[in-house]
Design a protein around this ligand. Structure first.
Ligand SMILES: [Zn+2]
Length: 354
């Protein structure tokens, strides 16, 4: 439908048609319009579509493109990528990719495939939770009159410090950082700023590992678990100001999608750490598994992020284990083994693309 652009209202309840001047759609392409189905088959994309939001995602290698039907903006790897003629649905339900849009998409995915040859983990950020005025969870237990009191902030600092030392030794060429190495209080923003301040070259990725301890009102709850996190730390969410006036309503919709995304890398990283801990702590602590699920799982490996819960300070038996240095060493070894397994595989397979 040449010459017609579509706009969306805030609630996406109705589609407004407007005749646009189409200055942004000036490109003349040698490519003809093609059906999305054919395009996906030809290019070998992975593809998902959310019918409730009319949003689709194309991925190949570590690159993803999110599009919305009738919307001339495309999100490439978490940032507003480019403007082009929107994809649209035909009367028979099929989706058409305009020729020039197909051409830009193919170019983007080809370029990423070339870049992927240099993909590696260049930095690791270890984030001991809490600190200073914020002790995190506290476990207090009595055993034959002897008092045992554990603070999360101390346990996670101890584990993080050991992890830092081991990783620094193994990877002298990588940047290894801790968000705190003493008993100080940090705002969440300060932690993310530390990650953001690390300079990365193109195709260099960073891992973010946050370490915490658990608590429960149920004193029997015990075990370790690993959460994969949405990659908030380095994401440039789309600012309404960066969009044309009539597209400002899109920003919150697109950002909602981005906030729900979890990366394949975060999930693989979380699983490897969990495996490492499982091997190291077998018979001592329960494996509570991987946490978090999401519809939108994309490959975008610039910042795989996980959160490790090392155990419950509120469980007497586990608290007694966590109070022992040899147990913390064993636990750290488990995390370390999982992390290095991930990093070495990432580096040799160029971000799991080979
Ligand atoms: Zn915590």
């Amino acid at each position: 439908m040449e010459g017609v652009a579509f706009g969306l209202d805030m609630n996406r309840r109705r589609v407004r048609f407007s005749i646009a001047l189409l200055i942004i759609f000036h490109g003349l392409s040698l490519w003809g319009d093609t059906s999305l189905e054919t395009f996906i088959a030809e290019q070998g994309f992975e593809y998902r579509f959310d019918p409730f939001r009319d949003l689709g995602i194309l991925k190949k290698g570590y690159t993803s493109v999110v599009f919305s039907l009738d919307v001339p903006f495309f999100i490439v790897d978490y940032t507003l990528g480019f403007k082009s003629r929107p994809m649209f649905r035909n009367a028979d339900g099929s989706i058409t990719v305009p020729g020039e849009t197909a051409e830009v998409l193919q170019h983007i995915f080809n370029k990423s495939a070339e870049d992927a040859d240099n993909f590696s983990i260049a930095a690791i950020v270890i984030d001991p939770g809490h600190g200073g005025k914020d002790p995190g969870t506290i476990g207090t237990h009595y055993d034959n009159g002897a008092k045992l009191s554990l603070k999360e902030k101390d346990l996670v600092l101890s584990v993080s410090q050991m992890l830092f030392d081991k990783l620094s030794q193994r990877y002298p060429q990588k940047q290894i950082k801790m968000t705190r190495s003493t008993d100080v209080y940090l705002e969440l923003e300060e932690r993310t700023e530390i990650a953001n301040s690390i300079h990365l070259e193109k195709m260099e990725a960073m891992i973010f590992v946050s370490v915490h301890a658990n608590a429960s009102l149920n004193s029997r709850a015990s075990g370790f678990e690993v959460w994969y996190l949405p990659p908030d730390y380095r994401r440039d969410l789309i600012k309404p100001d960066s969009l044309d006036a009539d597209k400002k309503d899109l920003a919150p919709i697109l950002n909602t999608v981005l906030e729900e995304e979890f990366t394949v890398e975060s999930i693989i990283l979380a699983q490897r750490i969990l495996n490492g801990m499982d091997t190291a702590l077998k018979g001592k602590s329960d494996n509570r598994g991987l946490k978090e699920e999401s519809w939108f799982v994309v490959r975008n490996a610039m910042m795989p992020s996980v959160l490790i819960e090392i155990g419950f300070v509120t469980n007497k038996e586990e608290a007694q284990l966590l109070a022992r240095q040899d147990y913390l060493i064993r636990l750290t070894d488990g995390i370390y083994n999982g992390l290095t397994d991930y990093i070495d595989t990432f580096d040799t397979t160029k971000g799991f693309t080979n």
